[in-house]
Ligand binder design. Structure first.
Ligand code: AMP
Ligand code: MG
Length: 407
């Protein structure tokens, strides 16, 4: 039976980036750019004014005060460039191209402006307040490196460089299949013995949150005919996630039917809890994650095992989010032999993450999942961890949002 890390390693060894597609710029937000993008031109594209003021010849401005004749006006967007003759100044607005003859811009605040004359009241340096062509980015320079996740700042840079369409790594289309005779779809009222297929929704949300495209293919019943049909449907996507039907019950048929359909199983069962009965297979090179059905197990195994794989498929290079260190606020007991990921709330005390048990840790208890801020890893062989023990935490919320300073 592989350990949690071994299982994750096996999964990652069987997935690779899906390839690229070209999308309109705004659609690239949050995606991984698939190629280096080079600047097609200098930025700025022409020398221009950094201030509202006057375009002057710097040599005309000493000694101060110096009086110049105002012979023209250049607004931002102006392309009709009046020449700056000796002894003259041209009113200029921020962003306007630098006209011929001009060797400095004097900000309006450093002048006294009197209609057709301007008095320069402060010392003027050669080239002051001129944004020089190519000073920000030179033509040909790399503006965004392949592998970068696109943020609003990259969108802005790419837009400034005229990139209306950009190459990004493809999104994974991920089929989500729930299995079980007891399941009803959201919207139906569950009769006694029935439960709503909530795993499909939590998994779809999780897929979407990592940037994938969930494809809900519904419920397969606990019989091989129904499973075969639905699994085949799932194989059409880039990856398939099933939930339930992988434990040792006599109606747990998912693995058996997968094998009949030609899938290769790489492991079944992992030394972790929750998530013990998880199975991972590939079929025609596509990954199939068969997760246990208890809603908490489904979410935890997605977070720790499926998510890194989907990120890799969508072109992210570093896919394993490192644990952060925290300390247990209370004693914890466990059986040896598996790493236990317990649901904890986290508070920040004197610069350290302190983890409190979020409640009942049974995998059927969903409320501890909504309440928790992190999963705390209690090591494989540990049996008793006294309060104060340092543990690894997988944060499930932004750490800022769980921060609370002790008075
Ligand atoms: P199983 O793995 O089939 O033994 O299911 C374990 C538990 O998870 C049972 O209590 C199921 O009712 C529950 N369960 C299975 N699938 C789902 C699902 N799609 N949504 C919510 N609960 C589920
Ligand atoms: Mg079942």
């Amino acid at each position: 039976m592989p350990s949690f890390e071994e299982a994750r390693g096996i999964i990652l060894a069987h997935v690779k980036p899906l390839g690229e597609e070209t999308v309109p710029l705004l659609e690239a937000l949050g995606r991984i750019i698939s190629r280096d993008i080079a600047a097609p031109w200098d930025m700025p594209q022409y020398d221009n004014s950094a201030m509202d003021g006057f375009a002057v010849r710097s040599e005309d401005c000493a000694p101060i005060p110096a009086t110049l004749e105002v012979t023209g006006f250049l607004p931002a967007g102006g392309s009709d460039l009046p020449h700056v003759a000796p002894g003259c100044a041209v009113r200029i607005m921020t962003g306007a191209p630098i006209p011929s003859g001009c060797s400095a811009v004097v900000p309006i605040e450093e002048t006294e402006f009197r209609g057709d004359r301007v008095v320069i009241t402060q010392r003027v340096l050669l080239r002051q307040h001129i944004r020089v062509k190519g000073a920000d980015v030179a033509a040909g320079a790399r503006i965004v490196a392949a592998g970068t996740r696109i943020r609003p700042s990259e969108i802005g840079m790419l837009a400034a460089m005229g990139q209306a369409m950009v190459p990004v790594q493809r999104k994974a289309r991920v089929a989500i299949l729930s299995t079980g005779d007891e399941l009803v779809e959201l919207g139906e009222t569950p009769a006694l013995g029935r439960v709503i297929n909530s795993n499909a929704l939590s998994l779809a949300a999780a897929v979407r949150e990592v940037g994938g495209e969930p494809v809900l293919i519904g419920i397969a019943r606990d019989d091989s005919q129904s499973l075969k049909e639905k699994l085949r449907e799932g194989f059409a996507c880039d990856a398939l996630i099933t939930s339930a039907g992988v434990s040792a019950g006599d109606r747990d048929l998912v693995r058996e039917v997968m094998a009949e359909l030609g899938a290769t199983e790489h492991f079944w069962k992992i030394g972790m809890k929750p998530g013990g009965p998880t199975s991972f297979s590939t079929r025609d090179g596509k990954p199939v994650f068969s997760l246990p059905g208890n809603p908490v197990s489904t979410m935890v195994t997605f977070e720790l095992l499926v998510k890194p794989a989907l990120l890799r498929m969508m072109g992210q290079r570093n896919v394993i989010r490192p644990f952060v260190k925290g300390i247990l606020a209370e004693d914890a007991h466990k059986k040896p032999g598996k790493v236990h990921f317990i649901r904890v709330t986290v508070k920040q005390r004197h610069g350290r993450h302190v983890a409190y048990c979020a409640g009942d840790q049974h995998t059927g208890i969903l409320s501890t999942m909504t309440r928790c801020d992190a999963l705390a890893a209690l090591p494989l062989d540990a049996t008793f961890l006294p309060a104060g023990t340092e543990v690894d935490l997988a944060l499930l919320r932004e750490v800022d949002l769980v921060t609370e300073y002790a008075a």
